[in-house]
Design a protein around this ligand. Structure first.
Ligand SMILES: [Zn+2]
Length: 366
């Protein structure tokens, strides 16, 4: 509680506490020039892309930063990411293929190509064969910085999504960093009925009925569609999710949005989506290296003490957790995200300075 209070006000003491995170080395300044160049590149030249296979470098994408009412500056203070000016950067979309948001390759021969182009025109070379034949790349990867807690929300299960005009979204949170007293909220407390939930919702005290789980760095939580959830204050999270942006907001802790008015709630759609038979879920129990495996994604945690191939077939997506890894001469630091494409000429990931830990995501093959 003492901690939540501290986070609510952006006063001097709050600023000080955030600065205690030791920043990693800043990215080299020439990145800025590169960024400017990306904008100047004309719509690619897909014919030019065909000359780039097989590929001789991992794929690095330009992150898309999003301001959020609950966000902060921690990706800058902890990872040295070059955040846009403004106050509260809550999300970094590391890899996304949606109509309203596109990841763009940031480095190398494919610079300027969008994820959608890679998915539709070069799928086999970049992602490998046997993937589900979807219109868009099926996953979305984000880093979330919750300086304050997020709204209580739910995503519709496949069985009701179409009827409600939305898309299902199963997701996984990996806790990159937490603060003392950070919590996650997931599922309902044991014994809570739909009727009790609706009454509490009407009276603004629904928070009491949601299961609260202490958060520790290194833990992971699986959130299937239909599970009510909220990210508590102080959590820095790597999120893997189905490519969907359908979120039904159940409760926003009685606060105001960035524009000073309460954000919209979607109570009736939420009630249709919430699984009321889902009491008190726990953090996932890793099975060996596997953190989470479901129909949509498989997430593994690798501790590298010697070189190891990123993948045998298909592709893999990585975020560095600790230490540094190198792939064809390109070093990656904690918080950096990259993709090793199917046609990569050399797939060896090498830990630098002894050891490194990475989170690796793949899509289960049909
Ligand atoms: Zn969610």
């Amino acid at each position: 509680m003492r901690f939540h209070h501290l986070l609510k006000s952006r006063d001097v003491s709050t600023e000080k506490s955030w600065r205690q995170f030791k920043p990693h080395k800043k990215s080299p300044p020439q990145n800025l020039n590169k960024r400017a160049l990306v904008i100047a590149v004309p719509p690619t030249g897909l014919s030019a892309l065909t000359t780039s296979f097989p590929m001789n470098q991992p794929l690095v994408f330009e992150p898309l930063f999003k301001e959020r009412v609950w966000g902060g500056r921690r990706m800058e203070t902890l990872y040295g990411k070059r955040l846009p000016p403004g106050d509260r950067i809550g999300e970094s979309w590391e890899l996304v293929d949606r109509e309203e948001a596109q990841s763009v390759v940031h480095e190398g021969d494919l610079r300027g190509a969008t994820l959608h182009e890679l998915w539709t025109k070069h799928r086999d070379a970049v992602f490998g064969a046997d993937l589900p034949d979807t219109e868009r790349f099926p996953l979305l990867f984000k880093i979330l910085d919750a300086q304050e807690r997020l709204s209580v929300q739910v995503h519709p299960p496949a069985t009701v999504a179409a009827r409600l005009g939305g898309e299902p979204k199963t997701e996984m949170w990996y806790l990159l960093d937490t603060l003392l007293d950070s919590d996650l909220y997931a599922g309902l407390k044991a014994g809570v009925t739909r009727q009790q939930f609706e009454e509490a919702l009407a009276e603004g005290r629904v928070a009491d009925l949601i299961h609260q789980i202490p958060a520790r760095a290194g833990d992971a939580l699986f959130i299937p569609s239909g599970r009510i959830h909220a990210i508590g204050a102080g959590n820095l999270i790597f999120e893997v999710q189905q490519n969907s942006d359908t979120t039904y907001r159940v409760f926003d802790w009685l606060r105001l949005g960035l524009d000073g008015v309460p954000r919209e709630l979607h109570v009736s759609k939420s009630l249709e989506s919430i699984n009321f038979e889902d009491p008190e879920p726990t953090m996932t129990e890793p099975h060996g290296e596997v953190v989470v495996e479901c129909a949509d994604f498989r997430v593994e945690k690798w501790t590298l003490t010697k070189p190891r191939n990123s993948h045998e077939s298909g592709f893999a997506a990585f975020i560095v957790l600790e230490g540094e890894v190198e792939c064809i001469g390109r070093p990656f630091k904690p918080g950096e995200f990259f993709l090793t494409p199917a046609s990569l000429s050399d797939r060896e990931l090498k830990p630098r300075n002894g050891a490194a830990t990475v989170l690796r995501t793949t899509i289960p093959r049909s």
